[in-house]
Ligand binder design. Structure first.
Ligand SMILES: O=P(O)(O)OC[C@H]1O[C@@H](O)[C@H](O)[C@@H](O)[C@@H]1O
Length: 272
């Protein structure tokens, strides 16, 4: 894999090029994958036309890294600080590795940790892996997710397969626990579900296109689209843009990880 530093929207990034010509763009801000274009030239990740890229902001689209808190399930800012903090590039081999260690933005979470994100490009496949290490003397607990915004041509033509019979917490209904009865999930209103340990792979059907979604290490899968009403109130989404993505997130949400001193945890999501 080749890599060159570049900028996008005045944000320092790394542009990755795989052996088959596939590309990915990763911002150091958040170690945030902004784009993945396999060799066929079709972008697979959604990135909002109104995304903000400044210090301390969360970029709307791509693959935000959620750590150490999911959503508002704790005292930290929503979805934690990893997505709003600059990471550093460690190096590039067959994958690019980025690192985050405690700093000013994590002061509200007083634990010694090392987070690493590895991004790999293989033929037709994007692999993103998150590793958390406890570098301190005390156990800590965390949640995490790869909050992937998958680009779709139109939400009406989209169905997610692989969740039949699975239990989920419905965040649009105060966390009520439900079971999916249909073979496919379609999206005509706000959807915000945390599926408990679903089987993988899932398959995203977008008209004639198919995307395989696989995960390891992460116990849960979050499926999110704000729907038209909620989207209208999201300042960094352009009108109608909610129809252009579906978030399928590899997450460790319902059971936080308890990491002892010296302990390591890793989770990955594979698309393709
Ligand atoms: O707007 P944010 O902070 O990026 O969050 C987006 C969504 O992220 C999802 O993971 C959550 O399940 C939703 O509840 C949330 O609204």
């Amino acid at each position: 894999m080749q890599a060159q530093p570049t900028t996008f929207q005045q944000t320092p990034c790394l542009r990755l090029v795989g052996r088959d010509g596939a590309t990915a763009l990763v911002a150091l801000h958040g170690a945030h994958v902004l784009s993945w274009i396999p060799a066929d030239g079709r972008e697979r990740l959604f990135l909002s036309a109104r995304a903000h890229y400044g210090a301390g902001t969360a970029i709307r689209g791509g693959i935000p890294v959620i750590f150490p808190q999911f959503a508002g399930r704790g005292a930290l800012p929503k979805h934690g600080f990893a997505r709003t903090t600059p990471w550093r590039l460690v190096g590039v081999s067959d994958r690019a590795t980025f690192e985050l260690v405690p700093g000013a933005t994590s002061a509200a979470w007083p634990h010694a940790f090392r987070a690493r994100l590895h991004v790999g490009l293989d033929a037709g496949v994007l692999t993103v892996a998150l590793e958390i290490e406890n570098t301190g003397a005390h156990e800590f607990a965390f949640s995490a997710a790869l909050h992937t915004y998958l680009a779709v041509t139109d939400l009406d033509a989209v169905a997610l397969h692989g969740l039949a019979g699975r239990r989920y917490e419905d965040s649009t209904a105060g966390g009520a626990v439900r079971q999916q009865t249909t073979a496919e999930l379609r999206f005509n209103a706000e959807t915000d579900r945390i599926y408990v340990a679903p089987l993988h792979p899932l398959s995203l059907h977008d008209g004639p296109h198919r995307l395989r979604i696989d995960q390891h290490g992460f116990a849960d899968t979050v499926v999110w689209n704000p729907g038209a009403t909620l989207a209208a109130g999201i300042a960094d989404l352009a009108p109608g843009e909610h129809r252009r993505f579906l978030c399928v997130e590899a997450g460790q949400v319902l059971e936080p990880v308890h990491l002892p001193p010296g302990g390591r945890w890793s989770g990955m999501q594979r698309l393709g």
